[in-house]
Design a binder for this molecule. Structure first.
Ligand code: HEM
Length: 485
């Protein structure tokens, strides 16, 4: 172990040249996963940047990723200083941002066991099927017309997440705008977090006022939803009591959380209202966005690569055997579909930068890393590595059929779209079940073309950084009934 107080004999990772005061900020531009990779190509797969006064370790290949997520996992279980997000996440009480410790451990185990277990994910089959039927009807009604599939996919994912989390859909404009405002703030860059003496810039930009306003409005909305659920649960249990029969009621996340609050009050983990609201907010910030953007890229790649589309449609037709809809039970047999999603996430990692922070001095690849160093693991760069992936720019799902050991569990650090280890994503099963079902049903029913007879190879695939990495331009397509062979 080396001393963090003396910088003289340390072996620090390579860094690009930096300017006084702002450090390496001038070398970064959006989308950041690409500019970070360009710097890494010159300075190596483990590179130290300085963003203002904050040291940032950038990881762009498998070996250092493994050392951080596995070999030295316990030194990197925090997310680090969260700045403006503190106000938006009930002081970092949500699972994704909470510091590693007893609170995080208890909340993660509750989420894994009670909200996102295989059994719970299965119990939402009806919700998924209903929302997918609505989506299919909407596409059928617009056959032959240009449809904005970005909006359509966002809507089906939002509706499922809303119903599963809150018990019903909230489609009024005020709520949707609030969600959008929230997401915009989450990705906003705050100067004060990196250069504390420039915190006044954020105030002048009106950032603090905007954050407070959105946090307050979201809080009021969630309070209203909680009260509504509490009342409807009282009515429901009174009705059950009167009739003396059990009603098979779906357990939405909010109901489970309220139930756990009652059970666990007084124990060493007291789940207060803020924990409930922060947990729900996680669903509306990252969760819906990651699934919708993966679907958007998967459909884009299929339209651009007609041979892959044909192969996938053949697989789905064979498994469906003329049934009206693909259901949960069919998913296990759709191996090529799974390979299509893996290839999509390799090329378009929805959350390309996993953020961690070191909690102690530690050695990575022989370099000395100080405590409180921010870490960005560039998942997108891992998917571009020529040493691992042959022709990495090509969309070729077969590579995953040839290498079935690449799963989502985070054991193979060249492919970790859901992160890995203790801090890894708990929503893998939830996400894959929904995404696979949406895509399988879409391509089972429809064929897709670009508007105005545009050639498929001309489909623009430029990306844009938002909360996750989206298409820059919305995906506009013309659907028609799928002509089965
Ligand atoms: C395509 C879909 C998704 C992708 C690509 C994705 C990716 C990720 C990644 C990269 C992380 C960081 C992991 C790490 O630090 O090692 C993460 C964390 C997380 N994800 Fe997901 N995710 C997806 C869907 C979901 C869903 C559906 C849920 C819940 C319903 C979810 C809930 C979470 C939570 C709560 C965390 C924080 C875990 C912690 O800090 O302990 N995600 N996700």
């Amino acid at each position: 172990m080396f001393s963090s107080s003396s910088g003289r004999h340390k072996n620090v990772p390579p860094s690009p040249w930096k300017l006084p005061f702002i450090g390496n900020f001038h070398q970064l531009y959006a989308p950041y996963h690409r500019s970070l990779w360009n710097l890494a190509k010159k300075h190596g797969p483990l590179m130290l940047l300085h963003l203002g006064s904050v040291p940032v370790l950038v990881v762009s290949s498998m070996e250092p990723a493994r050392e951080i997520m596995k070999t030295n996992e316990f030194a990197f279980l925090n997310r680090g200083e969260i700045g403006i997000l503190k106000k938006l996440s009930y002081n970092g009480k949500d699972l994704a941002l909470a510091d590693y410790g007893e609170y995080w451990r208890q909340l993660k185990s509750l989420v894994v066991l009670h909200l996102l277990s295989n059994k719970t994910v299965q119990s939402f089959q009806k919700v998924r099927e209903e929302e997918i039927s609505i989506m299919i009807d909407n596409i059928s009604d617009s056959c032959g017309l240009v449809v904005d599939f970005t909006e359509l996919l966002l809507s089906v994912v939002n509706n499922v997440v809303c119903r599963v989390t809150l018990g019903k859909k909230y489609t009024d404009k005020r709520f949707l705008k609030l969600v959008e405002d929230f997401k915009k703030l989450v990705v906003l860059f705050t100067v004060g977090q990196y250069i504390p003496c420039l915190a006044w810039v954020d105030r002048i930009r009106g950032l603090n006022v905007r954050t407070q306003k959105v946090a307050k409005e979201f809080d009021e909305f969630l309070e209203g939803v909680i009260e509504e659920r509490l009342n409807s649960n009282k009515e429901e249990s009174a009705r059950m009591h009167q009739n003396g029969v059990m009603v098979d009621q779906a357990k939405y996340f909010i109901d489970t959380l309220l139930e756990k609050q009652k059970e666990e009050g007084g124990g060493n983990f007291y789940m207060d209202r803020d924990t409930i609201k922060a947990t729900i907010l996680d669903m509306f910030s990252g969760v819906a966005d990651t699934m919708f953007t993966t679907l958007e890229w998967a459909l884009s790649e299929l339209v651009k690569n007609p041979l892959v589309m044909k192969k996938l449609q053949n697989e789905v037709n064979t498994i469906a055997q003329g049934k009206p809809q693909i259901s949960d039970e069919d998913l296990g047999k759709l191996e090529y579909l799974k390979a299509v999603f893996k290839e999509t996430m390799r090329l378009h990692a929805p959350a390309p930068l996993v953020v961690r922070a070191s909690s102690q001095d530690v050695k990575i690849m022989g370099y000395d890393i100080k405590a409180k160093t921010r870490v960005f693991i560039n998942l997108w760069a891992l998917g571009q590595d020529h040493e691992i992936w042959k022709d990495p720019k090509e969309f070729r799902p077969e590579r995953f059929l040839d290498s079935p050991y690449f799963d989502y569990k985070g054991n193979h650090h060249e492919f970790i779209p859901f992160g890995g280890g203790r801090r890894g994503c708990p929503g893998i099963n939830f996400a894959n079940t929904l995404m696979e079902l949406v895509l399988a049903n879409m391509i089972y029913k429809f064929d897709f073309n670009l508007p105005g007879g545009e050639k498929r190879e001309n489909l623009d695939m430029t990306d844009r950084i938002a909360l996750t990495v989206h298409r820059k331009n919305h995906l506009l397509l013309v659907a028609g009934p799928h002509s089965k062979p």
